[in-house]
Design a protein around this ligand. Structure first.
Ligand code: 0PR
Length: 364
């Protein structure tokens, strides 16, 4: 027994901790203490059989409601909790295929690789909309042949944190009767709390569904994803769930953690909009600090719109590898020639200062 405990302790020590300040390339962070506490309390709960866990189910509904309101979802919306952006995007594509009877989707070049998984599983094909850092309506129109019925747009893309031209794309999708899924897995808990941001959510009447993760900027535990639909199109993927205490399931997963729902409810209702605004403001403050240091040292970067900074480098793999040897974990995208810093709440100014000193040694 002691040996097992020791092995667990050793493994835990081997894991990097967000508090070390060394993790600069992750979209996750240390969950809020309220989320951790609720998670442990509801550790046994299974939302695959919600009749047994009615309290958890209620907290899931309350968390979904918080996210839906934040996204200005209209009356008649429906939502589910998922394990994260990947499951939300797969489910959205699944519903879209069933609802629109389509096998094609217009997908931005900078879309997260979860769409590759989704389309492969669903026997669908991507029609790529190509744009620099983000896509505009022009890029969608360029890709559109008249046969596609599904469009994906991103609010906070993985490499650059850029927001596609969702308002204009939404008008186009509404007029052409296309399904528009917005992947706001990252941006969903950032954009609503910043000023002068474009409308990316259900305020655009052509937006059909939105994916948002609370385990990214929502400060909740992993796995906390949300998928909100303008109408209850989850009916399209409903299956009879024999031998559970409920008749149907509307989710990709069967057994699902009620603990994630309790944790998400706890942190959302504890922080509220004002609390999230403070979290986001602090991250943007550190982002601006990083940008000033890059400017000062003549290091090229892509001007950030959210708390994601893509730094231009000659060989992204090599730079990331050298930084790793110095103890810094950054994301890299060799296709776009950048390393990526995600300025999450655990990324403090003092870590950025030390990081830029080392970055200078690597790139100059
Ligand atoms: N959509 C977007 C825009 C994303 O950036 C991501 C993940 C997803 C969907 C998928 O979300 P899940 O991974 O929750 O299913 N983006 C991060 C990335 O690739 C994921 C990540 C998180 C990577 C933590 C590293 C890491 O340490 O950058």
């Amino acid at each position: 027994m002691d040996e097992i405990k020791k092995e667990i302790e050793d493994a835990f020590k081997e894991d990097l901790q967000f508090s070390s300040g060394r993790i600069l390339g992750s979209m996750c962070t240390s969950p809020h203490p309220y989320a951790k506490e609720a998670y442990i309390k509801f550790i046994e709960s299974n939302l695959g059989d919600p009749e047994l866990f009615r309290g958890s189910k209620r907290l899931e509904e309350r968390a979904i409601n918080f996210v839906a309101k934040m996204l200005h979802a209209p009356d008649g919306y429906a939502g589910i909790m998922t394990s994260g952006g990947t499951e939300s995007n797969i489910t959205a594509m699944w519903i879209c295929r069933e609802l629109m009877k389509t096998k094609k989707a217009i997908v931005p070049k900078h879309a997260h690789f979860s769409f590759e998984k989704a389309l492969s599983m669903l026997g669908m094909k991507a029609v790529v909309a190509d744009g620099k850092y983000r896509i505009t309506l022009k890029d969608v129109k360029h890709a559109y042949t008249g046969n596609e019925k599904c469009v994906v747009a991103i609010a906070g893309n993985t490499t650059f944190g850029y927001i596609d031209e969702i308002d204009a794309i939404s008008d186009f999708c509404r007029d052409e009767h296309l399904f528009l899924h917005v992947d706001a897995a990252f941006g969903g808990f950032v954009i609503p709390f910043l000023d002068n941001m474009p409308a990316f959510d259900f305020l655009n009447d052509g937006v059909s569904s939105i994916a948002v993760d609370a385990h990214k900027m929502g400060m909740s535990v992993i796995p906390s994803g949300f998928l909100i639909m303008r109408e209850n199109w989850f009916e399209k993927i409903k299956v009879r769930s024999r031998c559970t205490h409920t008749r149907y399931q509307f989710t990709m997963l069967g057994t699902r953690p009620g603990a994630a729902a309790a944790a998400s409810f706890a942190v959302m209702h504890h922080l509220g909009k004002e609390g999230y605004r403070k979290v986001v403001r602090a991250c943007m403050d550190v982002t601006e600090h990083l940008v000033r240091l890059l400017e000062k040292n003549d290091i090229e970067y892509v001007k950030p719109v959210l708390n994601v900074v893509a730094i231009k480098v000659e060989d992204a793999i090599e730079v990331a590898e050298k930084l790793k040897k110095m103890g810094w974990m950054v994301g890299y995208d060799e296709d776009n020639g950048v390393i990526r810093i995600v300025v999450m709440p655990h990324v403090k100014k003092k870590f950025i200062d030390a990081f830029v000193e080392d970055l200078k040694k690597v790139v100059q």
